[in-house]
Design a binder for this molecule. Structure first.
Ligand code: FA5
Length: 340
């Protein structure tokens, strides 16, 4: 019996040594130590041994089982480690790898139009500045000659944060901030996001404006008209007609609204221009003397003009888009069209 046990141990060790994966090791364990394994069969046969042999063989079988179980566990651990090492080597991830899909991002059409507008003004000597989107009532209204009870406040439906803090309804507060910070001559452009409680096909609660301000001696309405005509022709086409309509803004006097001939229909009338042949692009005017004085600028010495231009409106006219909401839906099929 002892020889049988020694033979079993030797065979089991031989098989352990040839196992190359955890699966074959498990099969080896079942074959020798399992419920129907060879060592269990020897244990079962012990009932036929003499009373003297029983404890001797029993101890040999137990010793063989403990030793083989231990060797199987050690072999299993080292095979598992080897399998893990090979997996780690074969499944390396190169986090610096970039897939070349030719699907690089592009500028949003509104960013493109904004850049185009800025590029039309910069050669004329305008510097580009920025201002806060969260404003005080003072900068958004009061300093611009719109006191608390002024009916003009109803022209711009305002998102208030507190009683005195609001989301700016236009970029005009930057006129005041610039005039407070700089001495004339001033020639600035301020692009930025603006907010109003508006929502329909041509009004969005978030939209973009570009403010322009020029302050110097002897400026007149003709300087304003010439500047805007020149830019409108650069942005649309050389034969674009520009129309100035009298208007009202509390912070400019006189005030105008500026229309350009519809570039979709050439002025005949279509859905973009609502059949009129004209589309409004901005509000403008000569800076009101009260505003100059509010900012510490001598209104007897200096005059100036300002304008506020709607970026979405410009993009709609240029691309013939009839619903402003398309700009904000992030539908790639829409955005892709401007990627040429
Ligand atoms: C103003 O906001 C004045 N601050 C403009 C100005 C500046 C006048 C300097 C004089 C001197 P108005 O409310 O008209 O004006 O807006 C200017 C432009 O912003 C409009 O012509 C339009 O193109 C755009 N706009 C206004 N509201 C919205 C809106 N809800 N969605 C999209 N565009 C809008």
């Amino acid at each position: 019996m002892k020889d049988r046990i020694d033979g079993l141990i030797a065979r089991c060790r031989g098989e352990i040594a040839t196992c190359t994966c955890v699966q074959s090791l498990t099969e080896c364990k079942v074959k020798f130590l399992g419920k129907n394994g060879e060592l269990t069969a020897i244990l079962r046969g012990m009932k036929d041994l003499s009373p003297e042999d029983k404890p001797i063989i029993g101890s040999l079988v137990n010793k063989a089982r403990d030793e083989l179980a231990n060797e199987l566990t050690i072999a299993e651990q080292s095979l598992k480690q080897a399998e893990l090492n090979s997996k780690l080597n074969n499944e390396k991830v190169d986090i610096t790898w970039v897939k070349n899909t030719d699907k690089s991002g592009t500028l949003h059409p509104l960013t493109k139009i904004q850049n185009l507008i800025i590029d039309s003004f910069v050669p004329m000597g305008f510097e580009v500045l920025e201002g806060p989107e969260i404003e005080t009532e003072y900068y958004n209204f009061e300093a611009l000659n719109v006191p608390a009870d002024h009916p003009a406040r109803d022209m711009q439906d305002t998102f208030y944060i507190t009683q005195n803090i609001l989301l700016r309804t236009h970029t005009s507060p930057n006129q005041v901030r610039t005039m407070e910070a700089k001495k004339p001559p001033i020639k600035m452009l301020c692009p930025g996001r603006t907010y109003r409680a508006d929502y329909d096909a041509s009004h969005s609660p978030v939209f973009h404006q570009i403010e322009g301000l020029v302050i110097d001696e002897n400026l007149t309405l003709c300087d304003l008209m010439g500047t805007l005509e020149c830019v409108a022709r650069k942005l649309f086409s050389a034969d674009t007609k520009v129309r100035f309509r009298p208007s009202y803004f509390p912070f400019t006097e006189p005030s105008v609204e500026v229309d350009v001939s519809c570039c979709k229909c050439g002025g005949v009338g279509c859905s973009v221009c609502k059949g009129t042949g004209w589309v409004e692009i901005l509000g403008a005017g000569m800076v009101h003397p009260y505003v100059l004085e509010n900012c510490g600028i001598d209104s007897n010495k200096y005059t100036g003009f300002a304008f506020g231009l709607g970026v979405e409106r410009m993009a709609m006219i240029k691309y013939g888009i009839t619903d402003i909401r398309l700009f904000f839906e992030n539908d790639k099929r829409f955005l892709k069209q401007f990627n040429k």
